[in-house]
Design a protein around this ligand. Sequence first.
Ligand code: NIG
Ligand code: FE
Length: 411
Amino acid sequence: MSLLIKNIKELLQVRDSNISVIKGKEMKILPSIKNAYLLIDHDTIVDYGSMDDILDLTAEEEIDASGKIVLPTWCDSHTHIVYAGNREQEFVDRINGLSYEDIANRGGGILNSAEKLQNTSEEELYTQSAHRLRNVIKLGTGAIEIKSGYGLTVEAELKMLRVIKRLKKEFPVKVRATLLAAHAVPKEFKNNKSGFVDLVVNKMIPEVAKEKLATYIDVFCEKGYFDLEDTERILKAGLEHGLVPKIHVNQFNAFGGIGVGVKYQALSVDHLEELNQNDIEALKGSQTMPVALPSCSYFLSIPYTKGRELIDAGLPLALATDYNPGSTPSGNMNFVISTACIKMKLTPEEAINAATLNGAYAMGIENMYGSITKGKKANLIITKEVPSYGFLPYAFGDNHIDQVIINGQII
Ligand code: NIG
Ligand code: FE
């Protein structure tokens, strides 16, 4: 099967295959071809260029994209879409004055979701999660990282990871799985946190690695959850079993977690709503991608990650949704990009770079996803007719997507 997209108003994020990450000032540049064509063979991008050079190129199927923009699908490198039920009551509690911390302290929050998940069958959990995944694909997500962390027992964590494995098998999008066993201290270990870390290190990590159910290891490094010492133990154990670190850090407090992430060569450090100069220094010269989650800041009314400062310090930045029932019940990357422009003062070019190629880097798939590059997977967004790509973040809250193509197939 071949598919030719013609008369593209602008083809965005056209890159050579040797570009794997975009940093600092480079983030302001979004390479593109105006009045372009793009040719797909089966699931792969095989050719593109200016309509002036299309000559007599034809394909089995053709799309006329006059007035429309074509770009790579979003790479959402941080989600928790496998969960059971919802937490809208906590949402109302927060409106009425409780904080996220108050709710967690009285047994709500992550422990609330863990109880729901433990009491939900694997089949039902799959059905709920598949529904969410279907929706975000329609919103332009073509690659997604999914975490465990609402199980908190060996059995329930394995159940979550098996659901992720099934999503990977049943859906055409790229899925990467992360073990986030240390997401909260379960009730049974309330006065024995180190006992729970022992369980994570001695049982969960080896079991998950043996069954090849995850690529990454994550920890919620935060006051009241897991401290620097716990984080080090878990990352070390993960690495010994071939799991690469990708951690939750600096969401509410900055106390050195980013430095620990860098020390263990984390692929990404995510959240960073609270950031100090030491954190920025720790990231300089590292291979670790800082990831901002602006729809989490929006939903919880907490500070936005200082993405501007990170980029101005010469660093890269990725954007992701954090889709989860407690802090971000939304998986809409289009909203994330608008919010990054409006609230974090990223330019549209920076936000699109952060949500495509840098997002792909933050889940280790930049060699096949995240840009318009010959040989990469044909995962594309075709917009509706729009005046320019800047219109996408500008006209926020509207759906500008006309078609989504995954592995060369129109969804
Ligand atoms: O990334 N911060 C930790 N974990 C999730 C939220 C968990 C929840 O409230 O269910 C997050 O925001
Ligand atoms: Fe998260």
